[in-house]
Design a protein around this ligand. Structure first.
Ligand code: ATP
Ligand code: MG
Length: 406
């Protein structure tokens, strides 16, 4: 992962130091630069190793530890000091902050608290919490069966071919999701296990909860039992995505078509939202409706990339030019119609990159994966002409008059 943060730790307690180390060693976004068991030696360690973060455990001797926090403020001003303690005493927290600590973490340290603290640090340093390099791609569809799972799964597998990338696919279509079918996998754990245990998850449990596919992709599937669906809350989804972001360089999330609170949470956390459509009237009408409603959410509309699937399907399709005019923004990518290949891929549970590496449709999906990752969250904003009333008007007129390919 890009932008790894280097960290040095001091904790005179052997047991707590070992458990903190175990957690830190599991995070790809952290490089454990140095460890120390004596407060008095730590300023020298920091001077020699210049870490981005100094993690100081207060419990062995809070007064000595807080002196150390103040001292580092003078000798290593560029190093951000995080403190960790089993105490939640307000006055201790206040003293730590006054001494210059940037974060006060509670022992036993929770992985998601640490990840959030790291995000806040990245945000303070660069004004962007996504600067640690992970890209979150949410895949939404404008109607049932439009091809969003086909695109999510195959784009994720295309990304996973690159050994520099670590990729996880989350099936957020909690009732009817079928990402596991596309990958022919029978996972041991689902998103319910992870969301339920998110507060006590450590890194190894998180990795064990995901199932690795031969393409290198990790899958977090939907719940087995429908009754378990309500156990996954928006807060749980937010925490799961936060944890996965700390571990994987790329997350692909296959959303449901209900645009529920969970889907909206995932979209709000995404770097890019692929909106998959086809070139027929019901689909284009939904693109217009969805884009209008996305305008109500801060920053969402700018992240949307329109992906047209099954181009060339039948002869009653609306032309790309007309579709583009109608929806009022550029079409980001096109994927052609290839029913035979796509049905084989799904029925055999083998992704395009393995089943038909040379097929044109595979190249299109590989191109999509490259294009989406090459573009920043704000790229394409010139094309993102906000959907105006006039484009809706055009669409309404267009439905009335011209229903054929032009
Ligand atoms: N480019 C394509 N060409 C031909 N067929 C395709 C294409 N993309 C997807 N399909 C087929 O369309 C059907 C629906 O695809 P898929 O399950 O990916 O859609 P979905 O939007 O995820 O559906 P759902 O709403 O059920 O989640 C599948 O049979 C799939 O093989
Ligand atoms: Mg689907």
């Amino acid at each position: 992962m890009e932008n790894v943060l280097r960290l040095a730790i001091v904790d005179p307690g052997d047991t707590t130091r070992e458990s903190l180390k175990a957690m830190l060693l599991g995070l790809d976004s952290i490089w454990l630069e140095a460890e120390c068991s004596r407060y008095e030696f730590f300023p020298d360690v920091v001077e020699q190793t210049s870490p981005d973060i100094a993690l100081i455990s207060l419990d062995a001797d809070p007064d000595k530890a807080l002196d150390l926090v103040s001292k580092l403020g003078g000798t290593a001003p560029k190093c951000s000091v995080f403190v960790v303690s089993s105490s939640t005493d307000g006055s201790l927290i206040l003293r730590a902050m006054r001494a210059g600590a940037k974060e006060f973490l509670t022992q036993p340290l929770r992985l998601d608290d640490l990840v959030e603290a790291l995000d806040r640090l990245s945000e303070r340093k660069s004004g962007d919490s996504s600067s640690r390099g992970s890209a979150v791609i949410a895949v939404a569809g404008v109607t049932g069966g439009v091809g969003s799972t086909s695109i999510a799964v195959n784009t994720a597998c295309a990304l996973a071919r690159d050994p520099q990338k670590t990729v996880a696919l989350v099936d957020l279509d909690l009732c009817l999701g079928d990402a596991d079918v596309f990958l022919d996998m029978i996972p041991d754990y689902t998103i319910v296990d992870v969301a339920e245990n998110v507060s006590r998850l450590d890194f190894s449990l998180l990795k064990r909860s995901l199932t690795k596919h031969s393409s290198g992709l990790y899958l977090l599937p939907r719940p087995v039992q429908m009754q378990d669906v309500p156990l996954v809350t928006a807060d749980g989804v937010q925490r799961v995505i936060g944890l996965l972001k700390a571990t994987f360089s790329h997350l692909v999330i296959d959303l449901s078509k209900s645009y529920s609170q969970l889907d909206m949470t995932a979209m709000s956390l995404a770097t890019h939202v692929m909106l998959v459509t086809q070139l027929d009237l019901p689909c284009l009408r939904n693109v217009v409706r969805l884009l209008m409603s996305f305008n109500e959410y801060d920053g969402l509309s700018e992240k949307v990339k329109i992906v047209v699937n099954r181009v060339g399907f039948g002869n009653s399709q609306i032309s790309l030019k007309k579709a583009q005019e109608t929806i009022g923004r550029e079409i980001f990518w096109q994927v052609s119609n290839d029913y035979r290949t796509m049905i084989d891929v799904r029925n055999n549970g083998i992704p395009l990159t393995e089943h038909a590496p040379k097929a044109a449709i595979t190249q299109e999906i590989v191109g999509l994966a490259e294009a989406i990752c090459g573009s920043s969250a704000t790229a394409g904003s010139d094309d993102d002409a906000q959907l105006s009333k006039s484009s809706l008007g055009k669409l309404l007129g267009f439905w009335g008059k011209d229903k054929t390919k032009s």
